[in-house]
Design a protein. Sequence first.
Length: 289
Amino acid sequence: MKASLLLSAGLTLSFLPNLGAQVTDPAKPAAPAAGARLQLDAGGTEEEAPLKLDAPSDAPTPAAAPAAPQPPPNIQIPGLEKLSAAQRTAVMKDLGDVGTYIRGVRWQEALEKLTDVAKVTGPSHYVENLRGAVFTRMRDFKSAREHFTKAAELSKGIAGELFHPRFNLAEISFVEKDWDAARAGFQALIKEKATADKGSLTLMKFKIMICDFQQKKTDEAEAILKTFDQYDDATPAFYFAQAAQCFVNEKKEEAAEWLDSAKKIYPAELNEVYNDSLVEVGWLETLGQ
């Protein structure tokens, strides 16, 4: 399992091996997240045999993660402008290495490399956010929360950056199945208009809907479900919301059909962001991780 984490300027964990290509939509990673297959569980029951969905045969796996490319020296991460061009180049290379280590499930090496980065950057919201991301992958949520909290403190005063650690703190509550805290965190970000990014807003609404489903707040969940647009070409939220409702009602075959439709329409890396939420809830099981 893995959470849908945001790093900086809309970066998700999947971006790390390719930091030279920053984009601002957290629901559109530049590189596919690792994961060879998905297995649908039996809608919360143990008696039924699970249904398996195989991903494309060319899907990358953590063990086969490509080496991080060298980013151009003019790429900047907010908050690191004080560094010289040479320092930025070195930091970006090291962050690319961190991405490779994370994708290769080499947690300790990732943390050690981040320590090296911190020696150059000093206290950095970006480094703390990454440390939180590593600990999240390690399922050490207490440590992850500590580092995301530090990132939030360090992000104050940096335009657009406070949203990311706050999202990640809400995501930690989500993966811990603290539905009240997760819902409150995501709702606060939406209410405060902490981001204008449509992809982030839609993803947060989707996660709030899942919180409602998990707490048997069916009317509230279905009200959110109705807001998703089937013809939205930027996000598969509609299809995943329909699948979620099917899982709640133990209709796993119908859920599989909705997920298969999303797979045919949207890029795999975009679907992965929504897959993560279903994995964390237990409706989907990622194999080989």
